[in-house]
Design a protein around this ligand. Structure first.
Ligand SMILES: [Fe+2]
Length: 302
């Protein structure tokens, strides 16, 4: 394990908790959530159902929004085994976003050197037994916890836990954000139990997974880019293109900033040219939420 738990220089070197005031402002009550679900744009919903085998390996089913009203959809999540992600909170729930940005500013102020240049919010509603598999985000994250209890496992961002070739696949959208996972990683995890009113940060790119602790959970995840994260994501993209063409680019943690910046600039041109087509754009939906059905999910005809 590396001393700072990440091989990428950044202002956050280990997972840490900050306090926030979003719960007291009433954003996580049943009434507020049901009303929000009623009006939230259907195309901004991701609804997932994860299954795990004894070795901790995950399989994923995806759902569509369906036609349930907000209160019924909320009941299906509270009774089922669903993980519902509402993207683009900045447009979907501007009142929550405005309050969250104030809180985000406080977290940023407490992390010297952290300067977000772009941020976006995802509101996550998840069933009491939901678990999010081992993955990393190609962005910084502040996870504002609003309701229920969840256990977050944060792992070192080194090559053993997070191979750069796997990161390249995620950044170029050749695969979803899940990474190769082994139960042996558990010995290296930093384990944090999150209570409502707490926000969690961790080093940029650090792999993590989440287990709900037997309660319906609500969290707002704010993902942000900094200039260094932009450079690195672009360099990972360019490296992926070079590697696919038979090249053997060196890893980005060995690159000084000018080299990262040059590879980021190259990635913009490569993206414009459309050289890496996403393989996860058009996947099929397997179910719709249903409060009466097992796991809160009713299968859609294949
Ligand atoms: Fe994440």
């Amino acid at each position: 394990m590396t001393a700072t738990r990440t091989r990428y220089a950044g202002p956050i070197t280990a997972a840490g908790i900050h306090d926030h005031s979003l719960v007291g402002q009433g954003f996580a009550t049943d009434d507020a959530l049901a009303a929000m679900l009623d009006r939230y744009p259907a195309d901004l919903f991701d609804i997932n159902l994860y299954d795990y085998d004894d070795a901790g390996q995950v399989s994923l089913r995806t759902g569509s929004r369906g036609r349930l009203g907000g209160a019924e959809l909320l009941a299906a999540i509270q009774q089922g085994r669903l993980w519902v992600n509402l993207r683009e909170v900045e447009s979907g729930w501007p009142e929550l976003w405005a309050a969250a940005m104030t809180e985000f500013g406080k977290v940023q102020g407490a992390c010297p050197g952290l300067r977000a240049v772009r941020s976006s919010g995802q509101l996550i509603l998840s069933s009491p037994k939901a678990r999010v598999p081992y993955h990393f985000d190609a962005a910084g994250v502040v996870l504002f916890h609003l309701r229920g209890r969840k256990r977050v496992f944060v792992y070192p961002g080194d090559e053993a836990h997070l191979a750069e070739t796997d990161m390249e696949q995620v950044v170029t959208r050749q695969t979803t954000e899940e990474l190769p996972y082994s139960l042996a990683f558990e010995a290296d995890a930093q384990v944090i139990d999150l209570e409502p009113g707490q926000a969690l940060t961790w080093p940029l790119y650090a792999p993590h997974r989440v287990e709900n602790l037997d309660r319906f959970c609500v969290s707002l995840s704010i993902e942000f880019q900094t200039w260094p994260s932009r450079f690195r994501n672009g360099a990972l993209f360019t490296n992926a293109v070079l590697r696919r063409a038979g090249g053997r680019p060196r890893f980005t943690d060995q690159m000084p900033t000018p080299e990262l910046a040059a590879r980021w600039a190259a990635s913009l041109a490569l993206k414009r040219a459309g050289v890496m087509k996403s393989r996860i754009a058009g996947f099929q939906r397997d179910f719709e939420p249903d409060a009466g059905a097992a796991d809160g999910a009713r299968a859609l005809p294949g």
